[in-house]
Design a binder for this molecule. Structure first.
Ligand code: PMP
Length: 450
């Protein structure tokens, strides 16, 4: 490894960071992470911290998952790559598809289309939704509806259904025909409604209104995260997603669950859709499917959609989408090993228990620190606190304050992620009670510094 000074200098000079201003790495050099073990990461200066971010919501099994490393090494020896485009397949991807059929059986999803990550999975769901309607002779169904505050990745389709201006404005005009409705975000919403159930109903009414305005026969799909993640961890009332499902079904609109974060146990249930008792028509997954050990994802497809495609006699169902790395054998081997570990360790139950401890701990911190305007969580290991300069006006903190909290927390042994006014906490699902306490202490120190 190059020495620390070389790495720091050349990071600033030659590397552009995603989701950052290019000048930021000069003024605010990043922690250069060079090691990881269990739920801890280590930087180039030898400083260690509990990773309360879980990589980027993906490292559910931590950084030392021996069976996954062994599976990857074995597959690199056996076959490092072959395509799964029409005409060839590989043993690993078939085993994985078979396992995913069982895993997603309760969600009514029996078929997998493999990708290289979350944005890719979203894109495939959006595309196949339009194609589904064309096969059925409803070619006019081309529009997409989604939630403000929703995050659906970086590709143009996903960015078009994204509901956060930060990820859109610089790249507009995006795809036409995408419309957004208010999110069930109790802390800030256009209705000034603080009751989660009433707010859910108001948002469902807004969805009905938008469908009436656009015309149901022009809409292909509604896409939503079961718990909004990057938008600041916004769990809806339990009536919301079932309400969306009912409205979509009544209007012939497909429901795409973007479970890039929530699939594989993060909410305390195996999937976010199952958490709310909903079966979507498509599910975008990625992240924890390989726990960060390999870039990989899957768009899962509902049985009735599969039937529509397979029964087509016109040729309209031929898939004109695919990635070079769709069904990559090393990624598939990693995913098989991850899924076995995920099930063996039953990480969803630990996510539920530790998630409750984290959420309760954050509520205690809110009693101590006025800077905390809102505490969100209660559904597994997905929590956030929203920081405000002033509780009465809910004026968001400035950027420097968030960075200071992050810095001091890190110096105190906790890596957290600041996203706008939100501090997002999504540690590995294998985390212990003791390490939840470490996270809360580190955060407490960070909050005390501002
Ligand atoms: N959808 C959701 C809900 C996500 O959280 C993310 C990533 N954070 C994506 C899509 C995009 O995934 P990727 O970054 O792997 O392309």
């Amino acid at each position: 490894m190059k020495d620390g000074n070389f790495l720091k200098e050349n990071n600033a000079r030659h590397m552009w960071h995603p989701m950052a201003h290019p000048a930021d790495s000069l003024t605010n050099p990043p922690a250069i992470i060079t090691g990881g073990e269990g739920v801890r990461i280590r930087d180039v200066d030898g400083h260690e911290a509990v990773d309360a971010v879980g990589g980027l919501w993906n490292v559910n099994l931590g950084y030392s998952c021996a069976p996954v490393k062994a599976a990857i090494a074995a597959q690199l020896d056996a076959l490092p790559y072959y395509s799964t485009f029409r005409g060839t397949s590989n043993d690993q991807v078939i085993e994985l598809s078979y396992m995913l059929r069982d895993f997603y059986g309760p969600d009514g999803l029996s078929r997998a289309f493999f990708t290289s990550g979350g944005s890719d999975s979203v894109e495939i769901c959006l595309r196949l939704a339009r194609q589904y309607h064309k096969i059925r002779g409803e070619a006019g169904r081309t529009k997409y509806l989604s939630l403000k505050k929703g995050y659906h990745g970086t590709h143009t389709g996903g960015a078009s259904v994204n509901g956060n201006a930060n990820f859109r404005t610089a790249y507009e005009p995006l795809m036409p025909g995408c419309f957004h409705i208010p999110a069930p975000y109790t802390y800030r919403n256009p209705f000034n409604e603080t009751d989660p159930e009433k707010l859910a109903q108001l948002c469902l009414n807004a969805l009905e209104d938008e469908i009436a305005f656009q015309g149901a026969s022009t809409i292909a799909a509604f896409i939503m995260e079961p718990v909004l993640g990057a938008g600041g961890v916004i769990p809806p009332h339990e009536s919301f997603m079932p309400g969306v499902r009912e409205i979509c079904s009544r209007h012939g609109i497909l429901l795409i669950a973007d479970e890039v974060i929530t699939a594989f146990g993060r909410t305390g249930s195996w999937t976010g859709s199952r958490h709310w008792g909903v079966q979507p028509d498509f599910m975008a997954t990625a992240k924890a499917i390989t726990n960060g050990y390999f870039p990989f994802g899957a768009a899962m497809i509902a049985d009735h959609v599969v039937e529509t495609f397979e029964n087509d006699k016109s040729g309209a169902a031929a898939i004109g989408s695919g990635y070079t790395y769709s069904g990559h054998p090393v990624g598939a081997a990693a995913a098989v090993a991850c899924l076995k570990e995920t099930l063996r360790l039953n990480v969803k139950d630990n996510a539920a228990e530790r998630g409750t401890e984290l959420y309760e701990g954050l509520k205690r911190l809110a009693e101590k620190h006025d800077i905390i305007g809102d505490v969100r969580g209660g559904h597994g290991l997905m929590c956030a606190i929203e920081l405000v300069a002033d509780r009465a006006s809910k004026r968001p903190i400035d950027k420097a304050t968030g960075l200071k909290v992050q810095d001091v927390a890190y110096q105190n042994g906790t890596m957290i992620r600041v996203s706008g006014p939100n501090i997002i906490l999504s540690p590995p699902l294998i985390i212990s009670k003791e390490d939840i306490a470490v996270i809360l202490d580190g955060l407490d120190a960070g909050l005390s510094a501002v």
